[in-house]
Write a protein that binds this ligand. Structure first.
Ligand SMILES: NC(=O)c1ccc[n+]([C@@H]2O[C@H](COP(=O)([O-])OP(=O)(O)OC[C@H]3O[C@@H](n4cnc5c(N)ncnc54)[C@H](OP(=O)(O)O)[C@@H]3O)[C@@H](O)[C@H]2O)c1
Length: 325
């Protein structure tokens, strides 16, 4: 297969290129080449997608295209350049506005599309609404296509520093502040499982729209599996969300945050997308223990690898306050 990866210098798109190369495919990445290196063996076409597509990209007989863009004009330009290939477009579960409701692509409402280019970092809503527009540009403008809407993507190479908090924290041992209730749902997908499914789907020209999500787990179960993966032998102290809020601890990410933790019931749905249709369409997922073990190994061998989340000092202060409340 001649595969064109639009991206390839970062986390997921790099993993897609690496997976396809490992299967013997002919892989070209097209991007600016400023965010990192492409996988060994991939060809790089330098293209800033704010500009017209270079001749090397346009109409050169690609079998499949994988795109991860969030910018409608970039997707429009690429679809116009390569309309005849099979496209796998990587979107996001942020296309769904109703974070409190679980669902599937067949049952969930979408944001109204935003077709102009806004800063995707400005809000999750703008990001999701632009991804809706990008999806439509792909599905309407290409010969055949698949749309995958991932939830939280984790694993080695994760530059967002969200899930990486947990392998780092469990490796330190001791008393761990566990956020919210152990039954609160969480859902992750290992980047390598997602990349494998994307390449499978490019090979088989799978069509349709799917969520790219793993099993729905209680956060207590996820942390138990993560503990197994890291050899953690400390203890968890569960601290309820109201108390965490009073202590100034933020959900999800950032230096004041605890990753994976989201307010309830507002986010009950975002962390509980039914994975069954995706599993039936070939998505296979490894255990959280494996993901956590491999992410810890990557953290340990990668100086400067990203990690957000509260410091040890803040965690100790909040735990002390909880015990004396
Ligand atoms: N991380 C998560 O938890 C999560 C969750 C849900 C969905 N997603 C989706 O999953 C995908 C993740 O993709 P990713 O890991 O590969 O990271 P990404 O940050 O989405 O990928 C960016 C890629 O696009 C290229 N790019 C950026 N601006 C460009 C431009 N102006 N012209 C040409 N290329 C440009 C970058 O290369 P250069 O900078 O080198 O040009 C890089 O290779 C995205 O679609 C994201 O929306 C992520």
């Amino acid at each position: 297969m001649r595969l064109l990866v639009l991206g390839g210098t970062q986390f997921l798109s790099h993993a897609v290129a690496a997976e396809a190369l490992g299967r013997g495919h002919d892989v070209t990445c097209a991007c600016r080449g400023v965010s990192g290196e492409v996988a060994d063996g991939a060809e790089l076409i330098v293209w800033d997608r704010a500009d017209d597509a270079p001749p090397d990209v346009t109409g050169t007989g690609w079998d499949a295209v994988v795109d991860v863009s969030r910018v409608p004009s970039h997707v429009r330009r690429a679809v116009a350049a390569v309309p005849d290939a099979h496209w796998v477009f990587v979107s996001t579960i942020n296309v769904y506005p109703d974070n409190h409701l679980p669902g599937t692509p067949a049952t969930s409402r979408l944001h109204e599309p935003i077709t102009e280019d806004l800063d995707p970092a400005s809000s999750p809503e703008a990001y999701g609404a632009m991804k809706v527009a990008c999806e439509q540009i792909v599905t309407e403008g290409t010969a055949s296509s698949m749309v995958i809407r991932p939830g939280l993507i984790v694993g080695p190479g994760d530059g967002t520093g969200r899930f990486t908090y947990w392998p780092w924290r469990l490796d330190r041992g001791g008393e761990v502040l566990a956020p919210g209730s152990p039954d609160d749902s969480v859902q992750i997908i290992d980047v390598r499982d997602l990349a494998g499914w994307i390449v499978d789907s490019a090979e088989s020209r799978r069509t349709g729209t799917y969520d790219g999500v793993g099993e729905i787990l209680g956060i207590g179960e996820l942390l138990a599996q993560a503990a197994e993966g890291t050899g953690f032998d400390g203890s968890f102290t569960w601290v309820d969300q109201g108390f965490l809020g009073d202590q100034g601890v933020q959900p999800w990410s950032g230096d004041d945050g605890i990753p994976l933790w989201l307010p309830r019931p507002e986010y009950d749905g975002m962390t509980a997308h039914d994975p069954t249709p995706s599993f039936e369409a070939g998505l296979g997922v490894r255990s959280v223990a494996d993901t956590t073990r491999d992410t810890l190994a990557w953290l340990q061998e990668t100086p400067g690898a990203a990690r957000t989340g509260i410091s040890s000092e803040v965690e100790a202060r909040v735990l002390a306050a909880w015990h004396t409340r």
